[in-house]
Structure formats: structure tokens, C-alpha cells
Design a protein around this ligand. Structure first.
Ligand code: IPE
Ligand code: IPE
Ligand code: MG
Length: 254
């Protein structure tokens, strides 16, 4: 199947994509890294990189919807990012609130379902309100699910899951011997989403940085040197091409 994408941005060429050559992951996870370096290279403050990164988010989610990716989980703010200078944390929270205010109507229109995972109770109340609103008004949408990982840590998620299961055992709802991979997975933040088949990390860093430690156990990993604010449709296609060339064996023989 071929289709043409017409960009709003004149500078970007229309492309003809042969979808039949691409394996489309049901769930793609992305570590959106390199905003600070993008800004530094331009002599701009780091916050300018975060602003430009927010534009990549919209463009990439839109492209995922078009390509038939059902879930995209974007690492936007880690548990460890709380340890950045307060000024940077404040500007990131401000940008997040503005992003949600500006983009929620578009998500409603574009049939995007919005979700968020992480220790969300640590977020400022004004951000929480926008998050809850975005989740609520997009809950009936049937296109791509955009899942933002915020105040998120993979270890924290596993600890939270373990606590939930222990509570259920203490309450007599669950027996210890019933706990297996499936039951444990069902205590994660978004148990209805399948595990990501593909993890993309931008800016050339080769590590997980505490992202989806449970869910990524068999994901294919694609690392690109492209910085997140420069990651657009072409970069997504190139990551998907790399993913499509992988043999996924899951420990078996082909
Ligand atoms: C990713 O960009 C965004 C967040 C972690 C919030 P960075 O801010 O980590 O950018 P670099 O890695 O310093 O370039
Ligand atoms: C990972 O990027 C977190 C997000 C992209 C939100 P970081 O820039 O925080 O990760 P490290 O510090 O390089 O591992
Ligand atoms: Mg970084």
C-alpha cells in the first residue's frame, strides 16, 4: 500500500512511503533525549530545546497515527529528572502544562487517546488538572494512544506493583503462589497496553535511564544520534526501517 503525506511545513518534502516494506510495531516507546544539547549547539537556553522538543512530540504522534502504530509511550520526565536545578524543573512543568492546554483540542480532533503513567501525584496540581482533563476528553478516541511517562521510573513502577500485590495478598484477594509474570504485569501502571516491540532513544545515549524496565524485556532497541527536537517523520521512518530488518526470536530458533 502506498500513500502520500502532505506536510504543513513547506520545508519538508512530501514523501511516498511503501508501507508494505515496514513492520509497524503495535507499541513504540521513545526516550526523547537531547533537547539540552540541541539548544546549546544554537547558543540558546536549555528551555528552548524543550520547546522545540514539544513540537517533535506532536509531529511524531501524528505520524504514528497515520502509520498505524497503536500505542506510543514517550519518556518526558523521569523520577531522576526531579534532581535537575529547580529552575529547569519549573520550566519543564510550565511547558508541559502549556503543551496540554494547547494540544488537547487537537488530540480530540485527531482521534488521539491521551494517557499518562508515573508517580503523577508528585506533579504540580495545575499540571495534574490538565492531565486529567486531557485523559478524560480523549478517552473515547480510537486512534493512536499517546502515553506520556511523567515523574516516571521503571524501578518505582515495579516497587509500586509489588506493593499493590502485597496489599492484595494481605487482604486475602490473592495467594502468593498465584503471582506469575501475568499477574505481576497486571499490577503495572498501564496493564491494558501491550509491551513495546520497539524502543527508540535519540541523541546517541546507549542506556535505559530507568525506563519501562519490566515492559522492555524483549523490545528491539534503536539508537539514533539525531537529537529529539530534530526527530521528525524521516527519522521515524528510518527507525522503523531498522526495526523491520531485525529478527525477533524470543529465545527460540528461527
Ligand atoms: C530530554 O532532553 C528531556 C528531558 C530529560 C526532560 P535533555 O534535557 O536530557 O537534553 P540533554 O540530554 O541534556 O541534551
Ligand atoms: C532520560 O533522559 C529521561 C527522559 C528523556 C525524560 P535523561 O537525559 O534524563 O537521562 P540520562 O541522565 O542521560 O541517563
Ligand atoms: Mg538527556
Amino acid at each position: 500500500m502506498k500513500f502520500t503525506t502532505r506536510k504543513k511545513d513547506d520545508a519538508v518534502l512530501d514523501e511516498v512511503v511503501d508501507l508494505s516494506e515496514l513492520s509497524i510495531p503495535e507499541h513504540m516507546a521513545v526516550i526523547m533525549d537531547g533537547n539540552g544539547r540541541w539548544a546549546k549547539r544554537r547558543g540558546l537556553p536549555r528551555v528552548a530545546g524543550h520547546k522545540a522538543g514539544a513540537e517533535s512530540v506532536s509531529k511524531v504522534v501524528e505520524a504514528c497515527g497515520r502509520l498505524g502504530i497503536k500505542f506510543v509511550t514517550l519518556y518526558a520526565f523521569s523520577s531522576e529528572n526531579w534532581n535537575r536545578p529547580q529552575r529547569e524543573v519549573d520550566s519543564l512543568m510550565g511547558l508541559l502544562e502549556k503543551f496540554l492546554k494547547d494540544k488537547t483540542p487537537q488530540m480530540v480532533n485527531d482521534n488521539v487517546r491521551f494517557r499518562a503513567i508515573g508517580r503523577l501525584d508528585k506533579l504540580p496540581p495545575s499540571v495534574m488538572r490538565e492531565l486529567e482533563y486531557a485523559v478524560e476528553v480523549t478517552s473515547g478516541n480510537t486512534g493512536v494512544t499517546m502515553n506520556l511517562a511523567l515523574s516516571y521510573g521503571g524501578r518505582e513502577e515495579i516497587v509500586d506493583a509489588a506493593k499493590q500485590l502485597m496489599r492484595r495478598c494481605a487482604d486475602g484477594e490473592l495467594c502468593i503462589d498465584e503471582v506469575d509474570n501475568e499477574v505481576f504485569g497486571s499490577a503495572m501502571y498501564a496493564p491494558d497496553m501491550p509491551d513495546p516491540c520497539l524502543l527508540v532513544r535519540t541523541s546517541g545515549e546507549v542506556r535505559l535511564s530507568n525506563f519501562l524496565l519490566w515492559q522492555l524485556s524483549y523490545a528491539e532497541i534503536v539508537i539514533t544520534d539525531t537529537l529529539w527536537p530534530d526527530f521528525r517523520y524521516e527519522s521515524l521512518l528510518s527507525a522503523l526501517r531498522e526495526y523491520s530488518a531485525r529478527d525477533r526470536r524470543f529465545g527460540k530458533l528461527l
